[in-house]
Design a protein around this ligand. Structure first.
Ligand SMILES: Cc1ncc(COP(=O)(O)O)c(C=O)c1O
Length: 512
């Protein structure tokens, strides 16, 4: 091992394997009471020969340093701006964390009888009612565990509603500016997807929509604002076209932080909407969870909502109603991701109506500030003004052999999380930047300065950008292998998978 004045050298920091035979993290005094052999209680065929269960043999200090070290390698929204477009990686007030951790919520067993669950049911009912008020819809369901799960729920509701009308339509229209989960959800639901192109302004092509809106159309799935950060200005006409064709309008409301407190999808004529509580209403998320994707509907779709519904009895108490013969059934165990929903309610109540409106105003202001400051440096894919995010492209930097991925990696050296890349697909070399409403002027200016500095580097020293990042413990990774063959858990030497398998690669090595 190389020893340098810096205690944790680049190489030392990369050693993942800390296990040493016989090392333990505790030392208890010898037992002074009679012991009963474990075989007395558990049949020997169920007992492991290796009493260590293949766990790492490490001391307490090894464990503490290992996890503390890993946590310091991570980038987090609590360290700086996280401009990952479409993900709304905003700062989440710690108050909401504390509320979700209150013993009465965190320790409440989901099988507790209704009479003893009135507080938690009140949380769910209040949140459901507030989300209806915010979106202008009639009723809702909090069960879906994420946005995409909400999409699936919403489409099942649409199918049930159309079938009740005696109409088994097979097609879902989705603009090419929609979020990627939309066509996936429609396909999982068994629908045929027809893509509707965008105009040169990045909005849905109304003529193409008119042509596609036939008697086979079950729904239009509209991400609004769309993934170009643009609001569909013709929303009322869009809704009219789909309704006249006998279809329903599904709005992907995951970008609601651009609209909250200002515009209500229900007033625009939308039939079903899902929200991403973990994005808009505060929950630290990313890496796949945790989330909540409530679905809100018009009164026509209410009878089909998942069971149980939370209903108020005449005496004012709350109950879970399973007696809904037209319901599509249950979408998730128990009542959804309760902790995320508690955070959402805490956020909404602490912000209040004016605070929520300010969220949307600031999200839009911040995105337009970035768009304005960087438009002469990076190509803007579609003219704004934008809503919550702005999509640039690498068109100008490509002349120097630099691609969007290189710019994103170089941003890491400047202390920022990279933006979303290569999405939406209709923008070649996309850099999708969502500053969110929680960033202040100084942080935005630092980001702008970094983006401008990288542009200068593209012209003066493109190799520097092409080989970034340079300031991280690991250099550029093999992203294909990382995605296709992820190493997600530790295995002991003894239980290692066959030679050459990814689980053997415990010592990461930077690219030369
Ligand atoms: C516009 C939009 N729709 C849907 C989703 C999917 O949400 P989830 O990742 O919670 O499934 C996202 C995720 O960020 C999104 O930005």
């Amino acid at each position: 091992m190389t020893v340098t004045p810096c205690h944790v050298t680049r190489e030392e920091g990369l050693i993942f394997e800390r296990s040493r035979p016989g090392r333990t993290a505790y030392s208890l005094p010898p037992l002074d009471v009679p012991t009963v052999p474990v075989e007395t209680w558990i049949e020997s065929r169920f007992l492991r020969a290796d009493q260590l269960a293949g766990l790492p043999e490490v001391s307490e200090v090894d464990v503490i340093r290992h996890f503390t070290r890993l946590s310091r390698w991570n980038y987090a929204v609590d360290l700086g701006m996280y401009p990952l477009g479409s993900c709304t990686m905003k700062y989440n007030p710690k108050l909401n964390e504390r509320v979700a951790r209150l013993e009465g919520f965190a320790q409440h067993h989901p099988l507790t009888p209704e009479e003893l669950s009135q507080g938690s049911l009140e949380v769910l009912k209040t949140l459901e009612d507030l989300l209806c008020e915010i979106t202008g819809m009639a009723a809702g369901c909090l069960q879906p565990a994420a946005g995409a799960h909400g999409e699936l729920t919403g489409l099942l509701l649409i199918r049930a509603c159309l079938e009740a009308r005696g109409d088994a339509r097979q097609k879902v229209l989705i603009p090419d500016s929609a979020h990627g989960t939309n066509p996936a959800s429609a396909a999982i639901c068994g629908y045929r997807v027809q893509t509707i192109p965008s105009t040169e302004r990045g909005l849905i092509d109304l003529e193409a929509l008119r042509r596609a809106a036939d008697s086979e159309v079950a729904a239009l799935m509209l991400t609004n604002p769309n993934t170009l950060g643009l609001f569909e200005e013709e929303i009322e006409e869009i809704v009219r076209i789909v309704h006249e064709a006998g279809g329903l309008v599904y709005m992907d409301g995951a970008n609601m932080n651009a609209l909250v407190g200002i515009a209500r999808p229900g007033d625009m004529g939308v039939d079903v909407i899902h929200l991403n509580v973990h994005k808009t209403f505060s929950t630290p998320h990313g890496g796949g969870g945790p989330g909540a994707g409530p679905v809100l509907v018009t009164s026509e779709l209410e009878p089909f909502l998942p069971v149980p519904r939370i209903v108020r009895r005449p005496d004012g108490t709350l109950a879970l109603d399973y007696d809904r013969p037209r319901s599509i059934g249950r979408m998730r165990a128990f009542y959804g991701n309760f902790g995320v929903l508690v955070r959402g309610l805490s956020y909404i109540l602490t912000m209040g109506p004016e605070g929520l409106r300010e969220v949307a105003e600031t999200a839009v202001l911040n995105a337009n500030y970035l768009a304005h400051q960087l438009k002469d440096t990076y190509e803007i894919a579609y003219p704004g003004p934008v809503m919550h995010e702005v999509v640039f492209s690498d068109k100008r930097q490509r002349a120097y052999g630099v691609r969007n991925v290189d710019i994103a990696k170089r941003l890491i050296d400047y202390g920022f999380h990279p933006p979303t890349m290569s999405f939406p697909l209709i923008v070649s070399g996309a850099l999708m930047i969502e500053p969110t409403e929680t960033e202040g002027r100084e942080e935005l200016d630092l980001f702008i300065a970094a983006m401008k500095a990288i542009d200068r580097e593209c012209r003066e020293n493109p190799e520097l950008v092409r080989t970034a990042p340079h300031q991280t413990r690991l250099g550029r990774l093999d992203e294909v292998s990382a995605a296709r063959r992820p190493v997600l858990r530790w295995r002991s030497e003894a239980s290692s998978a066959p030679s050459g398998s990814p689980s053997e690669e415990r010592v990461a090595s930077p690219e030369p």
